[in-house]
Design a protein around this ligand. Structure first.
Ligand SMILES: [Fe+2]
Length: 399
């Protein structure tokens, strides 16, 4: 059996209505002074308001930072970190989608770094300054309000570097939270597009992990099951935003899709694409995913066959043919929600970058993400330029 490793596992509370237990959980950490990190919409959500009222009634002090309205930047995370340090919060509560949760995670680790930070990117996964010994000075609770990112379970945060114009992974093994509260009621009524973006992100995590080099019995035991759930319930939740069963299924699958110690390596390319062309994360991921499948056709033929079976496709002995079928089925799946391929996106936005210009921008950003080192066949070694060009070509030309 293949070996695997798994990062720190947080305590997990899953279920409709579970956000009501926040006060008890905060008291369980013996916390007296909290910082809530969120966005301007989720801070006004009825469930958040209820949670804040309950904190007040229990005399637990809290401040709110609700400005994480887009992917967190290095400056924003440094600011949050400074606040945590100066105000000596003993518990940080991240409420929202991937961005507020990532900002909360990053802020907590930054607060545990004593030295003056000039460039946060140097502390990123491909930087040299992060130490595994840096620790959060406070408890961290994460409450995801979308079903897709899985950010509540990962030990890294994705941060946009204003200085370098790229997205980078930041964090160490202490970045994972202490507790995730996953309340699917948060996602009830969510409009179609955010639901689609979350679902496509979850599908990308699942597929990238099961075809990836770090897939193992542990990941596979649950991820194929998660794929089945998202594949079935995403169209239902989009059609009926108040369908609690669909919301619960999506929340369960999205959470477990990233809780299984694999590596969503396609994300190295999606992060590059998203940051250069300002594409929403879930859509950037799905623009890249068919290419991931075609690239891994021979090395992950068995996993791709299994994915095809979940999609109700006829699979045969020809690995490349199977990969093409699965990739094409994915394209048809995302197009039913009005999501565009990268070529259609460029045409609609009037982006005139030639293939050469596209590749030139993508290569350094892809290599900056440590996940690009997990592609099979490898894309970061030897003649990496022509290898990454091939990957870029498939994404650029997909209709
Ligand atoms: Fe993602």
């Amino acid at each position: 059996m293949k070996s695997y490793s798994k990062g720190k596992i947080a305590q997990i509370v899953f279920g409709s209505g579970s956000s009501k237990s926040l006060v008890n959980r905060v008291q369980g950490f013996n916390a007296k002074r909290c910082l809530i990190v969120s966005d301007s919409r989720m801070i006004d959500h009825e469930l958040t308001k209820n949670a804040m009222s309950a904190l007040k009634e229990s005399n637990i002090e809290f401040d709110v930072y609700s400005e994480v309205n887009s992917e967190p930047t290095d400056e924003m995370c440094l600011y949050i970190g400074k606040q945590i340090k100066e105000q000596m919060y003993d518990c940080v509560i991240g409420i929202g989608g991937g961005s507020p949760m990532d900002a909360a995670k990053a802020g907590c680790i930054i607060a545990g770094i004593d030295e003056e930070i000039e460039d946060l990117h140097q502390y990123g996964k491909t930087g040299t300054k992060m130490k595994e010994s840096y620790k959060r000075p406070c408890a961290l609770i994460l409450i995801p309000t979308t079903s897709g990112t899985g950010a509540e379970t990962t030990a890294s945060a994705v941060i946009s570097s204003l200085k370098h114009g790229i997205k980078f992974s930041f964090g160490n093994r202490n970045t994972s939270c202490d507790l995730c509260i996953i309340d699917p009621e948060y996602t009830l009524g969510m409009p179609a597009m955010p639901t689609v973006n979350g679902g496509l992100d979850a599908i990308s995590h699942i597929v990238e992990i099961v075809v990836g080099t770090m897939a193992n019995d542990y990941t596979n035991t649950i991820l194929f099951d998660c794929l089945e759930r998202v594949w079935k319930y995403l169209p239902i939740a989009v059609k009926n935003p108040m369908d609690l069963e669909a919301r619960e299924q999506l929340s369960f699958a999205a959470h477990n899709a990233l809780a299984n110690g694999g590596m969503p390596n396609g994300h190295a390319v999606s992060h590059a694409l998203g940051s250069i062309y300002h594409i929403v994360h879930g859509q950037a991921c799905i623009m890249v995913l068919p290419t991931v499948i075609r690239h891994f056709a021979n090395d992950s033929s068995e996993a791709i066959s299994k994915i095809g079976q979940i999609m109700n496709l006829d699979m045969n002995d020809n690995a490349q043919e199977n990969a093409d079928k699965v990739a094409n089925c994915l394209i048809a799946y995302y197009k039913q929600f009005g999501v565009k391929s990268f070529s259609k996106f460029r045409a609609d936005k009037g982006i005139t970058d030639t293939f050469e210009e596209f590749t030139e921008k993508m290569i350094p950003a892809i290599l900056d993400d440590f996940k690009s080192r997990e592609w099979m066949p490898a894309i970061h070694t030897g003649d990496y330029k022509s290898k990454i060009s091939k990957v870029c070509e498939m994404i650029y030309n997909e209709r």
